[in-house]
Ligand binder design. Structure first.
Ligand SMILES: [Zn+2]
Length: 612
């Protein structure tokens, strides 16, 4: 009797926040389609017809949010778990892991888009560096069929602790290659029977980033993604249909992200930037993949029982490498345009400002000599390889700075160096360092939670501006700490151009022809998938997303408010501002930075939105 009451209580609790309660029907299937770096302002009938049709026939989320730092792994972890970055500890694509990572060449600052690196980091943090069960892991445990297919890194994070290939099917760039997640014997046989190779193709010409004199790629990532589509449509979906039980499939399209980064349409010019023909071809490529998945659902008779959710991990912008204040930009380098910022400029500027040595964790900890930069922009400032005073993890539109000793005086010196740079727009500082004028605590942007990975001392957001088009969010430019050139593409800032993302859903659990103007985020995507699949997840931390019930039949539109928080001014009068939307206790961050240096940071001080 007691257990019955507990079960009943749990069922009621699960339904309570939602007018749509799933208890009486069998769970539907879920496909999460991620078009990496696809800006919502670029969706139209010509470039992306399948996405445009899905948004008009199903639910169109118009008030979407990437997690800041607006990078792939950070957002993949939030979608995968339903938790924000403060809980997952996936602070960016490149983090200070706090130990030398074998899969990253013994670097202290691994790039996480790697299956071996994710395995190493999990191993170091008690088997799960997110410290949180993912939706897919919980779904698998509940007997739901699971597969994750696409771009290396985010694909594995959805069920990263299952590396055998026997349970969740993982297909990424490394499939059939050293370091990849193995294929089960059954999968190998099915691939062969369907005429699909057991090894994923490389990106080929799409991987060409070019250099300061040579334009990058002019090709979308079609060949590799055609392979992923073939695996999904010819093997995985038919297998899941055969099993006749609910499934969860993630398809992570590297396009348009990879192509927008590398495109050679605009070398050293800000226009067309990421709006040239190569980037448009990449958007079309992602759209073709979605179209093929939807066609397979129809052909298999799964359309009526499958919910398809579409999102992007982050927005995108064109890269600027210009600064009038950076010491690093005054030096000359053999592979950088004169007076442009080299990759690693933050590490160089901090080392110069502190008068300390700079070591490169990605080049056997060699000293970075004057007139050179570290390989990937990461750097250890002062101290030695084992005891660096400052660690810089370079990422793109924002960087992470760590002060392992927790020395507040040192952190303040680094903040003084950064705050006077024209490329900075806002600084966020670990709460443990106490209030520091000109900065906001990381808890103000939900970066403080149950994370077990090292906590950044300072999150540095870079400046953004618009080149002046009708929708500034489609022609934003950002200073970026990257080896890519001015005119290529990047993301990672706290501008609205990087936080606003594609958002849509269609299927039996969603309304038809419905525009949802309420704030949504990638953490909400995780919680919504869990609700549809009816899997219970044990939450380690409290920084959770919400189930997007208003987008479901009979769901009620939530109320939300907008507010802005400002730091105390620093000695130069600079304040870090953040613009936030609130649904109950849940916060959505639109944009942040110094006034005038972040696209989308503006508008009225506070605004009330009534529910519809
Ligand atoms: Zn990217």
């Amino acid at each position: 009797m007691r257990s019955f009451h507990l079960l009943l209580a749990a069922a009621v609790a699960a339904c309570a926040p939602a007018t749509a309660c799933f208890a009486q029907q069998p769970a539907h299937n879920v496909i999460l389609f991620v078009a990496d770096g696809l800006r919502p302002g670029m969706i139209n009938d010509q470039t992306t017809p399948a996405l445009a049709a899905l948004l008009s026939n199903g639910v169109h989320f118009t008030n979407t949010h990437s997690m800041f730092p607006t990078f792939t792994m950070a957002n993949a972890a939030s979608m995968a778990s339903g938790h924000k970055i403060g809980d997952t500890g996936e602070f960016s694509n490149t983090i200070n892991a706090g130990f030398t990572v074998p899969g990253a060449g013994d670097s202290l600052t691994p790039f996480l888009e790697s299956d071996p690196v994710l395995g190493d980091v999990d191993g170091h943090f008690a088997g799960d560096h997110l410290n949180q069960d993912t939706v897919m892991k919980s779904a698998r445990a509940a007997g739901i069929s699971t597969a994750s297919i696409g771009k290396l890194g985010p694909t594995l994070i959805f069920d990263h602790t299952e590396r055998s290939g026997e349970q969740t099917i993982v297909i990424d760039d490394s499939t059939g290659r050293p370091g990849g997640i193995p294929l089960s014997e059954a999968m190998k046989q099915r691939l062969q029977a369907a005429g699909v190779e057991p090894q994923a193709p490389t990106r080929g010409a799409n991987a060409k980033a070019g250099d300061f004199q040579t334009p990058g790629t002019l090709e979308a990532n079609a060949q590799q993604q055609d392979y992923f589509v073939a695996v999904a449509t010819k093997v995985v979906l038919p297998l899941f249909k055969e099993r006749a039980k609910p499934f969860m499939l993630v398809f992570w399209s590297r396009d348009p992200d990879g192509t927008q980064h590398n495109q050679g349409d605009s070398l050293n010019r800000l226009v067309p930037g990421i709006n040239g023909p190569t980037s448009l071809a990449a958007m079309r490529n992602a759209d073709n993949d979605l179209s093929a998945l939807l066609a397979a659902l129809r052909a298999l008779g799964l359309e009526g029982t499958t919910d398809v959710i579409v999102t992007a991990d982050h927005g995108f912008a064109t890269v600027s490498k210009e600064s009038a204040t950076s010491f690093a930009a005054t030096q000359s380098y053999k592979d950088v345009v004169a007076h442009h910022l080299p990759v690693g400029f933050v590490a160089i500027d901090i080392a110069h400002g502190l008068g300390k040595t700079l070591l490169d964790p990605d080049a056997k900890y060699q000293e970075v000599a004057t007139g050179s930069h570290s390989l990937r922009g990461n750097g250890l400032v002062g101290g030695d390889q084992l005891h660096p005073e400052v660690v810089v993890a370079a990422n793109g539109g924002s960087d992470l700075v760590y002060v392992p000793s927790g020395d507040q005086g040192l952190a303040r010196k680094v903040i003084e160096i950064l705050a006077t740079q024209d490329y900075v727009s806002g600084l966020f500082v670990s709460d443990d360092l106490g209030p520091i004028p000109g900065t906001l605590p990381i808890s103000a942007i939900d970066l403080k939670g149950s994370a077990v990975t090292p906590i950044p001392a300072i999150v540095v957001n870079f400046r953004t501006f618009s080149t002046g088009c009708a929708d500034p969010l489609t022609c934003t430019v950002e200073v970026a700490d990257t080896g890519l050139q001015q005119g290529q593409g990047m993301h990672g800032t706290f501008s609205r151009a990087d936080t606003i993302i594609l958002g849509g859903a269609i299927g039996p659990d969603f309304r038809k022809q419905f525009i949802d103007p309420a704030p949504t985020s990638n953490a909400d995507i995780g919680k919504t998938m869990a609700a549809i699949l009816r899997v219970q997840i044990r939450d380690t931390g409290t920084l959770v997303g919400r189930v997007l019930t208003e987008a479901m039949p009979n769901g009620k539109m939530p109320e939300w408010t907008v507010s802005r928080q400002a730091s105390q001014p620093d000695a130069g009068g600079r304040r870090t501002l953040v613009q936030v939307q609130h649904v109950g206790e849940i916060r959505y961050f639109d944009a942040a930075g110094y006034p005038g240096r972040t696209v989308g940071l503006g508008g009225p001080e506070s605004q009330q939105h009534a529910s519809q």
